[in-house]
Design a protein around this ligand. Structure first.
Ligand SMILES: [Zn+2]
Length: 247
C-alpha cells in the first residue's frame, strides 16, 4: 500500500480524521462494482467517487430517459438518449479524476456476471429487480465478495450487508420477492438508501464500525423512522449452507 499523495491528502482533508490515512489508502486500493446506473446506482456511484474508491466499475445497459431525472442524480436533461454508464463515467471523472472508472454497457446475466465481478472487492446492489439481485448474490457467494443489498419502493427502502461465510444470503433474507415491475419512487429515497449502502461499503473496506451484517435496516421516509431487524439463515437454503461458509 503506497502512501497518500499531497493531492489526496488535500482532497480527503475532511474525511481522513474519520477514516485515518490507512482507511483512505484502503479505499483508494479497493475496487467496487456498482450494479446498475439507475436511481440507487447513481447515488452509490457518486458517493463512491466522492469517498475515493480507487476503482469503480459501473454496469448498466439503459439510456437516459426523461422520467429518470427525478431521482437519477448523475444525469442532466441534455443527456437524453445517451447510455447511462457513459454519462456516469464522465460525471464521476469530473468529480474525481484520480479514480479509475470503468463503464460497462451490459445487462447482468448468469453469463455476464463472472467477468463483472472479476477483481472486485465489494459489490453494491443498485438493481431494480430480484432476478438480477439473486445473480449478484450467487456471484458474491461463489467468489467470496461482500454484497451490499439495497432496495427501494416509494418512501420505503432497505439495506443489508451480505458477507459470504458470515451472513445469510439474499435468498434467505428475501425468500419471496415482490413481483417485477416499475414502482413509484422519489429521489430522496434513493438518496437516503444509496448513501447508507455506500456507508456500508466504506465500513467493509476500511474495517471501521459495524456493518449491517446479519441485520437489515428498514427505512420509512413517510414516518421518518428506521428499524433494524435481525435476518436469519433459512436452514433449508442450499445456496448459502455449505457455500462460502467459513470452515
Ligand atoms: Zn441462504
Amino acid at each position: 500500500m503506497t502512501m497518500l499523495s499531497l493531492v489526496e491528502r488535500e482532497r480527503y482533508l475532511r474525511q481522513i480524521p474519520l477514516l485515518g490515512e490507512t482507511g483512505q489508502e484502503r479505499l483508494r486500493d479497493a475496487a467496487v462494482l456498482v450494479a446498475g446506473a439507475g436511481g440507487l446506482g447513481s447515488v452509490c456511484a457518486q458517493m463512491c467517487a466522492c469517498a475515493g474508491f480507487g476503482k469503480i466499475r459501473i454496469v448498466d445497459n439503459d439510456v437516459v430517459e426523461r422520467h429518470n431525472l427525478n431521482r437519477q442524480v448523475l444525469y442532466a436533461a441534455r443527456d437524453h438518449g445517451l447510455f447511462k454508464v457513459d454519462v456516469a463515467a464522465r460525471r464521476l471523472r469530473e468529480n474525481n479524476p484520480w479514480l479509475s472508472v470503468e463503464p460497462v454497457r451490459e445487462t447482468i446475466t448468469r453469463e455476464s456476471i463472472g467477468g463483472l465481478v472479476c477483481g472486485i472487492d465489494v459489490i453494491i446492489d443498485g438493481m431494480d429487480n430480484y432476478d438480477a439481485r439473486y445473480i449478484l448474490d450467487d456471484a458474491a457467494f461463489g467468489e467470496g465478495i461482500p454484497l451490499v443489498h439495497g432496495a427501494v419502493n416509494g418512501f420505503y427502502g432497505q439495506v443489508s450487508s451480505i458477507i459470504p461465510g458470515e451472513t445469510p444470503c439474499l435468498h434467505c433474507i428475501v425468500p419471496h420477492p415482490p413481483p417485477p415491475g416499475d414502482v413509484p419512487i422519489l429521489g430522496v429515497t434513493v438518496g437516503t438508501v444509496g448513501s447508507i449502502q455506500v456507508a456500508e461499503a466504506i465500513k467493509l473496506v476500511t474495517g471501521l464500525g459495524k456493518p449491517m451484517a446479519g441485520r437489515m435496516l428498514l427505512w420509512d421516509g413517510l414516518m421518518g423512522e428506521a428499524e433494524v431487524i435481525p435476518v436469519a439463515r433459512d436452514p433449508s437454503c442450499t445456496r448459502c449452507n455449505g457455500r462460502g461458509v467459513a470452515p
